[in-house]
Design a protein around this ligand. Sequence first.
Ligand code: MLT
Length: 252
Amino acid sequence: MQPLFSHSSGAGPLAVFVHGFPMDHRLWDQVVAHLGGLKRCLAVDLPGFGASSMDGADSIDETADRLAAVIASLDEPADIVGLSMGGYVQLALVERHPELIRSLVLMDTRSESDSDEGRAGRHALIDRVGESGVEPVADSMAEALPAADAAPWVRRKIRQMARDSSPAAVQAALRAMAERPDRTGILGSIAVPTLVVVGSEDALTPPDGARRMADAIPGSRFVQIDGAGHVPPLERPSEVVGALRDFWTVSA
Ligand code: MLT
């Protein structure tokens, strides 16, 4: 199994950033740029995205195992921040490798598996990528993820990250997300400090679901980022940095 590619900056306790679909480590650029004095920030590329190879990308669980190998190689548990698909990977890590986690930030994500309709939509998209490549996914995600009034460069950046992904990676991630189990049942057993973050305008994983998830995690904190859609690290990076700093200060 090839190691996951990761981009390291800063010094201090280890913080690992896990991107959403169909993006890569660049999702976190503006966030990690302001945290280098506080943490050693490692922004990973999930299998097939950015600079990571496709090897071992068949499921969210396998992806979590590959992330675990990165963290284990650094010999310290990590503060882990994940967005959406990155959150699915975090919850798999909670189940499979809890000893590697110092704290969790679950951002614009959910614990539930896909509905039948959602699963069918993913399979239709897999076929579409097979026929037309990643372009339709890049366009629809750039449209759907941010809030309606997001700056044009936010949509451009999402489109760029999606276009830089291989069709095989996009299809494998869609398949892995469609097949992921419901992990709502483990929320009550999360024993590390946890922050749930959501954009007030997130249409994919809306605030009421994020609030429910926070309520199910013992002692967790909840922060809503006003004006952001599904990608607060791009849409409201300084608010995300503030939320992380506050959380890490009280949870350390
Ligand atoms: C993401 O941002 O990672 C995706 O929206 C997750 C999903 O499609 O479930």
